[in-house]
Design a protein around this ligand. Structure first.
Ligand SMILES: *[C@@H]1O[C@H](CO)[C@@H](O)[C@H](O)[C@H]1NC(C)=O
Ligand SMILES: *[C@@H]1O[C@H](CO)[C@@H](O)[C@H](O)[C@H]1NC(C)=O
Length: 543
């Protein structure tokens, strides 16, 4: 039998993993990438072509290396926990080289359209029109993995900013911001408190005369360097915490986390306090923002009401005069122009089963990969999605009926609406471990904790209490990787290694004390969780 041919659209973090998964499942991938390099969003470009996301020079990723790596390819232990975009590109190149992925990528090739072939209901095949060197060509594929990402179209709602047309300073979308040199001594307003907005405000405030950070809602600000200096995500995303989250109420967890964040700096005093609870909005990650607010280099302001020729008037009536520059860090929306309306996007909302499959295709031969905004980490999620999609393409895993899929989609939407502030930003949210486990169950690779506790307690303890790293999904089932156990048991060493560039001799007493305290804390947490659980049950009974 000839191998099934799969088109992978895009060679960013989702596309690279998708190519590798095709190879693992003995499919024949061809990846089309419009750029001349891999990396997608993470490839820095001084002059990005139209309609592309683009990062600035200093961007450092906000997820840590043990949590964000490909599940069978740990990041070298000397790499920093949070990588600069150039380091990240080094890692992607190592991955692509190791698994020979470059052989399957056609660079500078744009996908113009993807259409069902006339016999689609039988064959499930697609006609894909690609353009290279201004020449178009039609190719036939048995399956499509759409890896074009969700940062596709810069979102710049100028109509919500009256007077911007007469404003005489300069203004632009954050994608055009590259570095601070041109902004020395300027008065600058950054609109938007997402990750780009905060990063850019902080960076500019080092050279600007004054930076104002304008936000409509405010935001909870997380920090990369978490308790005891561990990376935030590696402390946060553990199965133990996920278990607590299930048995405790959301408001209890909100209280706890908000208390931690407010103990670093009171969000209310710093003008950042949002109306909503922590888990109701996608948070922002910035270690530097409070430092720049306390030193007066960034002033937090409310939403802009109006622009005049030189001034900006805010919703609280305050005016900032002689503003030179406005940076709109208003984010991105996504679309799939090449899919010919096959996937409708309205207000950033899509109807996809498990956020991947259009529910109404006669044959399940097209999947969208990485179209998620996780309270978690995109790369391992996208990789796991590809592992499932390729198995669906091969018929090893089956999708339910259209009706069941539609019901599931509706249910996911209701859950999202219930939890999140209603904005275009919260349409593709998922919780990291919950969603990973959901997809892993479909692939057959969710770690079996009970079995682990009985057969390999040391590993089980790290899997349950330690960071929920991607290797956990390579311990068993299809795509099992022999190095997974070792990778999990050495993950903490790889976190510490790049930090300890000056070795300090250790005091063994305090170390053993620490572990005692840790165990006692776990015990207490368990008791607290248990009693809260029983209180809930009793409360339920009384009702
Ligand atoms: C934070 O500031 C608000 C408003 O001033 C105040 O009510 C609250 O008690 C403060 N929280 C802490 C922990 O200081
Ligand atoms: C981390 O950065 C990405 C951009 O790469 C952003 O989409 C995401 O929201 C950030 N994560 C958090 C928790 O803010």
């Amino acid at each position: 039998m000839t191998k099934k041919r799969i088109a992978v659209i895009g060679a960013g973090i989702s596309g690279l993993g998708a190519i590798k998964c095709c190879l693992d499942e003995d499919l024949e991938p061809t990846c089309f990438e419009r750029n001349d390099d891999i990396g997608g969003l993470w490839k820095f470009q001084k002059n990005p072509s139209e309609k592309m996301p683009s990062i600035y020079k200093s961007v450092t990723i906000n997820t840590s290396k043990e949590m964000m790596c490909f599940s069978d390819f740990p990041i070298p232990d000397h790499f920093p926990n949070y990588m600069h975009n150039t380091k990240l590109m080094d890692y992607f190149r190592m991955y692509a080289k190791h698994f020979g992925l470059l052989n399957y990528i056609c660079f500078k090739t744009k996908v113009c359209s993807v259409r069902k072939r006339p016999d689609f209901s039988n064959s499930g095949q697609w006609d894909v029109v690609v353009e290279m060197n201004e020449k178009q060509e039609t190719l036939v594929f048995d399956g499509i993995l759409v890896c074009s990402g969700h940062h596709t179209d810069p979102y710049l709602p100028l109509h919500s900013f009256p007077g911007i047309e007469k404003f005489e300073g300069c203004y632009f979308h954050s994608r055009e911001y590259k570095s601070p040199e041109d902004f020395v001594g300027k008065r600058i307003i950054v609109v938007g408190i997402g990750n780009s907005g905060v990063d850019i405000a902080v960076e500019l405030s080092r050279v600007a005369k004054q930076v104002f950070l304008s936000t409509r809602r405010g935001s909870w600000i997380l920090h990369r360097v978490w308790e005891n200096g561990y990376p935030m995500d590696s402390s946060f995303f553990t199965r133990f915490n996920s278990f607590l989250q299930k048995i405790l109420t959301t408001s209890l967890i909100n209280n706890y986390l908000e208390k931690i964040l407010n103990s670093r700096f009171n969000h209310s005093h710093y003008g950042l306090q949002p109306k909503h609870r922590l888990l109701s909005q996608h948070p922002t990650v910035s270690d530097d923002l409070p430092n720049h607010i306390i030193s007066g280099r960034v002033h937090v302001k409310p939403n802009v009401r109006e622009f005049t020729e030189r001034d900006v008037i805010f919703e609280d009536g305050t005016v900032e005069e002689n503003v030179d520059v406005v940076v709109f860090a208003t984010g991105y929306s996504f679309s799939f122009p090449f899919l010919d309306g096959l996937i409708e996007v309205a207000n950033n909302e899509v109807s996809l089963y498990k956020l991947m499959f259009p529910p109404d295709l006669e044959k399940p031969t097209l999947a969208v990969i990485g179209l998620i905004q996780p309270l978690g980490i995109v790369l391992p999620i996208a990789e796991l999605q590809s592992r499932w999609a390729t198995r669906v393409f091969k018929g090893l895993s089956k999708l339910p009926s259209t009706k069941t899929m539609m019901a599931n989609i509706a249910q996911r939407k209701r859950a999202m609406d219930k939890r999140y502030v209603k904005t275009a930003r919260h349409t593709i949210q998922v919780d990291h471990i919950e969603y990973m486990d959901e997809i892993a169950t479909l692939v057959g690779v969710k770690p079996n904790l009970l079995f682990l506790f009985l057969s390999d307690p040391k590993l089980a303890v790290e899997v349950f209490f330690g960071p929920c790293t991607p290797y956990q999904y390579r311990l068993q089932g299809p795509g099992k990787w022999a190095g997974a156990r070792r990778a999990i048991l050495t993950q903490r060493e790889r976190i510490i290694k790049p930090l300890r560039t000056r070795i300090v001799s250790e005091d063994s007493h305090s170390a053993s004390w620490l572990s005692w305290i840790k165990m006692a804390t776990f015990g207490l947490a368990f008791l607290a969780a248990g009693s809260a659980y029983f209180r809930c049950i009793r409360h339920g009974e009384r009702k």
